[in-house]
Unconditional design. Structure first.
Lengths: 467, 49
């Protein structure tokens, strides 16, 4: 792209007639064709239908229609979202792994808001894996730092935004799968409150822990996407009846918000460059918020352990057929992780679900009596080089995966909204990221702080060279 | 039992032990649906959002 568009600036340029949906769609498709052979962010590029939709959006604008903020905006979706007319491989080698008549509600809402679908995005196989490797569709390379992992499991979603292939994307997050790739690739990603964004029409991995959410280049753009996709959906039994948050509600600054920095768990075992980045980020938060204090949070180890039991049992149940009939088709690490769930007792599964309820209640009551938001790093170390991420036995890799996602997994178990926001780079140019966590359904406060930080710093405006 | 199976059995046993210890003090009335209630009860009032 000649310009580094955001959804907001591109929408304004389209409304002013400076560029059309067709022109930007053509430009992005050309860019993908030129560069995605190195990144591997797309599984299916739907050029023909994208151009058809862009042409229709362009004609609507020419006809004098006053568009919403997403009209004509090119987006792409993780390949576990059901998009009519496209295969849904879920990162497996089976072209049509996830078959359903139900269009993904998040995709449908964005399409109805005028967005142009570019295609489906690469991901870790069955959404199991925090690095973004995929033996079937290619490892997703980090556009900010070639030769390093893009993060997963929504690897293509983050990489496509970072590479300037799409203005935004939808990913899923069961243990950090939106926030980890957002952090690795230097883009913004939000895991909303459990139940705020419908999962209908998206492949489940764990119905207790799955969340869908947006990724984009700025906090403001993430808020625009969230406004479109959040809110009640009768097709998802866990869907909350709360209305979607208004994107313009995040523009009021962060003054008045009390922020806590955990002194335990979330600061243990951090790489030195992450520690330094966190300290700098906290100084920024101190400038824009009402106050920052160090607090001791309830140890999330129990909720993480309970979540591990839930996801193991549920994922093995959901994917029992491939495990039984075609286990050889799965990557060894993915197969190994799924098979654990076949050996956990119903008693332990139910105790884990009961534990989660009490742990969530205690965490919410204790933490949010003292502060409005928590901040912590998203990743304990910057994006790993591929040779490091994949080294050793399957068991070594699984242990490495657990360490890499240890800061994000608590908030899937707790169901709380969590934003990953770029906050500079390590000395060798790998993105660093801050996680902002709020009360249930208080995405507005989370995004207000993120927006205030991005305005104060330009964290989301610049970055190292992209691809 | 090969090395992979032994590792898996050990991982499952570890998880079971952790869950058993952690759930020892659960109230009799605690049930999984308490999680969704915790989110709804923990949300700020609509006016402040």
């Amino acid at each position: 792209m000649s310009d580094r568009w955001t959804i907001a600036t591109l929408g304004a340029a389209m409304a002013a007639g400076r560029i059309s949906p067709l022109e930007i769609t053509r430009e992005l498709l050309t860019r993908v064709g030129r560069l995605d052979g190195r990144v591997h962010s797309f599984i299916t590029l739907d050029e023909e239908r994208a151009l058809q939709a862009a042409r229709a959006r362009t004609e609507e604008l020419a006809g004098g229609r006053r568009p919403g903020p997403l009209h004509g905006i090119p987006l792409a979706y993780k390949d576990l979202c059901r998009i009519p007319g496209l295969p849904t491989s879920c990162g497996t080698r089976t072209r049509d792994y996830f078959v359903t008549d139900v269009e993904c509600t998040a995709v449908r809402r964005l399409r109805e808001a005028g967005a142009v679908t570019l295609g489906s995005l690469n991901m870790s196989e069955l959404a199991l894996g925090p690095f973004g490797d995929n033996a079937h569709h290619g490892d997703v390379d980090n556009p900010r730092r070639p030769g390093h992992c893009a993060g997963g499991s929504s690897s293509g979603s983050a990489a496509a935004v970072a590479a300037g292939f799409a203005l935004g994307a939808v990913g899923s997050d069961t243990g950090g799968s939106i926030r980890l790739p957002a952090a690795c690739c230097g883009v913004v990603g939000l895991k909303p409150t459990y139940g705020y964004v419908s999962r209908a029409g998206a492949m489940p991995l764990s119905w207790s822990l799955d969340h869908l959410g947006p990724l984009a280049g700025t906090v403001g753009d993430v808020a625009l996407l969230l406004e479109a996709i959040a809110g009640h959906d009768p097709r998802d039994g866990t869907s909350s009846r709360r209305p979607a948050p208004r994107a313009n509600a995040i523009e009021s600054g962060a003054a008045g918000l009390r922020v806590g920095v955990p002194e335990n768990y979330f600061v243990d075992g951090l790489a030195p460059e992450v520690e330094a980045g966190l300290a700098e980020a906290i100084r920024v938060v101190e400038r824009v918020a009402a106050g920052v204090k160090t607090i001791r949070v309830p140890d999330p180890t129990t909720i993480v352990d309970a979540s591990q039991v839930l996801v193991a049992c549920e994922s093995a149940t959901i994917h029992a057929r491939v495990l039984r009939e075609r286990p050889h088709e799965l990557q060894p690490v993915v197969r190994g992780r799924l098979e654990v769930g076949l050996h956990i007792s119903a008693h332990d599964y139910l105790q884990a679900a009961r534990l989660r309820a009490g742990a969530a209640r205690a965490f919410i009551q204790e933490v949010f009596a003292e502060v409005d938001l928590l901040v912590a790093p998203t990743i304990p170390e910057p994006a790993l080089a591929w040779a490091v991420a994949k080294a050793g036995s399957a068991d070594d890799v699984i242990q490495r995966m657990r360490r890499f996602s240890r800061l994000t997994r608590p908030f899937n178990g707790l169901g709380l909204p969590a934003l990953s926001l770029p906050c500079g780079t390590s000395p060798d140019g790998r993105p660093l990221a801050l996680q902002i966590v709020g009360r249930p359904f208080d995405e507005v406060s989370v995004l207000r702080l993120g927006r205030a930080c991005e305005r104060e710093t330009g964290w989301t405006e610049s970055g190292p060279p992209i691809v | 039992m090969d090395a992979t199976e032994r590792q898996r059995a050990a991982a499952v046993a570890d998880l079971a032990a952790v869950i058993e210890r952690a759930s020892a003090d659960l109230a009799l009335a605690e049930e999984p649906s308490g999680f969704v209630l915790a989110l709804e009860m923990g949300a700020p009032p609509p006016a402040s959002r």
